[in-house]
Design a protein around this ligand. Structure first.
Ligand code: RIB
Ligand code: CA
Length: 322
């Protein structure tokens, strides 16, 4: 047997993100995972405005020793609607837990001179069947990329998003999750494009909870990336304590769970349903799944409905502290 037969191919991921504390955890997890090659990062508004999320993406890559990974700055507002409230109240004024990130640390790092949507199109079309789009912010860049070049729906290997919810109440409205609510038009395009989409929504991301014992273990480890996560976590922990009354310094593990699914899909239970997104009104941004499979013939979304939370958390801990 040659190497091609014995070594499984890496996931080549294009990581679309609004960093963000949990985005930072997800990106660092991807960067330390041998199954994953991060071929580029695209940024979007969400947890802050796009200048801040782009700065954070550049600094995270620099921190991880990967300033070579290209970053393309993306949308600062949704495709159709006006931008709603950005997420500094969850992630801090710098969207990184108030650690004082105000500038790009490495002067050699610059975003590409093309916008994120174009970078997505060029990257996907250059490597048909190879690229996994992992989108953990509002889906604006991916929606714009679909408009620019609809053939990316056939050329991408698959899409994994953190967003939405099938059976769990929303986190920005009674029924909507933040990433979908921030740009429902983009989400509707992504769900309807006919590609292989997996939705890691609140049904799993609120079921996997990091807590103070977890973060303390990261801080104690000799690993500098783990220690960084331990440093940015307190603001996020305080938000979860005040908003949801979570005990023991617990937080939802949103964006890292999308990466966990790529690495270990058998730790998750999925159901395939057509998903519709209301574009306005009180249900705006909800992800309504046709769970009887009777009513909507459209493309099916692979909805993650359950997770083996202890094993997912253990995987995070082992990888981040290795
Ligand atoms: O609802 C959780 C999502 O909103 C996460 O992606 C978080 O980073 C924010 O963007
Ligand atoms: Ca995010």
């Amino acid at each position: 047997m040659n190497d091609a037969q014995t070594v499984p191919p890496k996931f080549k991921i294009l990581f679309d993100t609004d960093p963000g504390i949990d985005d930072a955890m997800a990106l660092l997890l991807a960067l330390v995972s041998p199954e994953i090659e991060v071929v580029g990062v695209t940024t979007v508004f969400g947890n802050s405005h796009v200048e801040a999320t782009t700065r954070n993406a550049l600094n995270l890559l620099n921190l991880a020793g990967r300033p070579d990974i290209p970053v393309a700055k993306g949308a600062d507002r949704p495709m159709v609607r006006p931008r709603g409230q950005t997420g500094e109240f969850v992630h801090g004024d710098d969207a990184m837990g108030n650690i004082g990130w105000t500038a790009v640390h490495n002067p050699d790092q610059k975003p590409l001179d093309i916008p994120a949507a174009q970078f997505i199109v060029e990257t996907v079309m250059a490597r048909p069947g190879e690229i996994t789009l992992v989108a953990v912010g509002p889906l604006t860049n991916v929606g714009l990329a679909l408009q620019l070049e609809p053939r990316i729906a056939q050329a991408a290997r698959n899409v994994v998003i953190m967003g939405g919810s099938v059976a769990t109440p929303g986190n920005v409205s009674p029924v909507a999750e933040a990433n979908i609510h921030n740009d429902p038009h983009a989400a509707a395009l992504v769900f309807g494009a006919g590609w292989d989409v997996t939705m890691a929504g609140l049904d799993v991301t609120m079921a996997v909870r990091m807590d103070e014992a977890f973060f303390a273990a990261l801080r104690r480890s000799g690993n500098r990336l783990a220690q960084f996560i331990g440093r940015i976590a307190p603001f996020y922990q305080q938000f979860h304590r005040e908003r949801y009354g979570y005990p023991d310094g617990g937080v939802d593990t949103h964006d890292p769970t999308a990466i966990a699914y790529l690495i270990a899909p058998t730790l998750f239970r999925a159901e395939r349903w057509s998903v519709a997104v209301p574009l306005d009104g009180p249900a705006m941004g909800a992800t309504i799944a046709d769970r009887r499979g009777l009513f909507w013939p459209g493309p099916k979304v692979n909805c993650l409905m359950g997770a083996d939370a202890p094993r997912v958390l253990e995987m995070f801990r082992v990888r981040l502290t290795a």
